[in-house]
Design a protein around this ligand. Structure first.
Ligand SMILES: Nc1nc2c(ncn2[C@@H]2O[C@H](COP(=O)(O)OP(=O)(O)O)[C@@H](O)[C@H]2O)c(=O)[nH]1
Ligand SMILES: [Mg+2]
Length: 323
């Protein structure tokens, strides 16, 4: 899912301005047209009805576009549903979308009512009175969804930074302590250019990359975090947690023996990851270019100790991919 293409939601008066201006322009055009016999009442009705219709059509189409562009939360992959729930007020979001829907209905209702009233009247003054009433009611309708439009725009800004993950693709999550080389590994395996050395606090979205063979692809996600309690995690750790939980088909756990973190702590985290997610895990030893050979040889025999070997192992999963 890609949330980057969600279009900006404007303030309520922006939509009113567009609709009223368009109505005025159309009415001016209509007035300028030369017609045969001049019937003032008929002409006036025609012009005011045109304004009513233009306002209705413009607003309904604009509001409808907002609704269509917004993803239906309940149809999204569980990963995005959970991400929305932990970054936005889910109920408020649903209510806001509901309010837009309500507004569209009311606009249509008022249009029908005032269209009928203007068509039926035989009095020039009443035409103007009805038109003014219609304008007033439409303006107040839009004003009633002012807060909801603002909340949709706020949500859009948040969702714009959601990672564009392919939720159906075979997915490998790269985990391990900070600074062990997860982002570096992602950049070596894929064409992704994640920031190396960046802190989990400064990144807005998970780093993703793809390994490709012929037409087959697998997705790799750099998932930083040390498994605190969920509500204690920062935003990027929450994304990482949800990605491992809902999207990972395989976890690559990165070990680093250059002693930034003790081996004991790293083994402990690996154990917790296995228990928490119950996903297949393979372990990889990073920074082997600067670790003494003996230390590497002595390290856990099941761990992968070279990039080439890891690539080979991962390439076995190309055929597991339904995408
Ligand atoms: N020598 C060496 N340095 C590495 C290797 N992988 C990562 N680093 C360095 O380790 C630091 C942390 O790497 P990074 O990929 O940002 O770790 P992350 O926090 O796990 O994503 C950076 O300074 C990298 O340049 C490696 O294989 N060899
Ligand atoms: Mg990193």
């Amino acid at each position: 899912m890609n949330f980057q293409c969600l279009k900006k939601v404007e303030r309520y008066d922006f939509y009113l301005d567009i609709a009223f201006n368009r109505a005025k322009k159309k009415a001016d055009e209509e007035r300028g047209k030369k017609k045969g016999r001049f019937d003032r009442l008929k002409k006036s009705k025609q012009i005011e009805l045109l304004k009513l219709e233009t306002i209705k059509d413009t607003l309904v189409s604009r509001l409808d576009n907002i609704l269509k562009a917004y993803p239906r939360v309940e149809e999204l992959d569980i990963f995005y549903q959970e991400l929305i729930k932990c970054t936005l007020d889910y109920n408020k979001l649903k209510k806001s979308l509901g309010a837009i829907n309500w507004c569209i209905k009311k606009i249509n209702d008022f249009y029908k009512i005032y269209n009928f009233k203007i068509k039926k009247t035989k009095d020039l003054n009443s035409i103007n009175k009805y038109r003014k009433e219609y304008y007033g009611r439409i303006s107040s309708l839009l004003k009633q969804i002012k807060k909801e439009l603002a909340y949709l725009e706020e949500s859009r800004k948040t969702m714009k930074n959601f990672p564009a993950i392919k939720t159906k693709m075979f997915t490998v999550c790269i985990s391990g302590f900070p600074n062990v080389g997860k982002s570096t590994l992602l950049s070596k395996l894929t064409s992704s250019k994640p920031e190396i050395d960046s802190y989990a606090f400064t990144t807005k979205s998970l780093n993703l990359g793809y390994m490709q063979k012929d037409y087959k692809k697998i997705q790799l996600i750099d998932t930083p975090g040390t498994l605190n309690r969920f509500n204690k995690m920062n935003y990027i750790e929450k994304q990482a947690y949800l990605a491992i939980k809902h999207l990972a088909d395989l976890v690559v756990y990165v070990f680093d023996l250059t002693e930034e973190y003790g081996l004991k702590e790293q083994v402990e985290l690996l154990k917790r990851i296995k228990e928490e997610f119950k996903k297949p895990v393979i372990t990889y030893l990073s920074k082997t270019d600067i670790i003494e050979k003996e230390k590497i040889d002595k390290f856990d025999k099941d761990s992968i100790k070279s990039l080439e070997e890891l690539k080979k192992q991962l390439s076995c999963f190309f055929d597991n991919n339904p995408a």
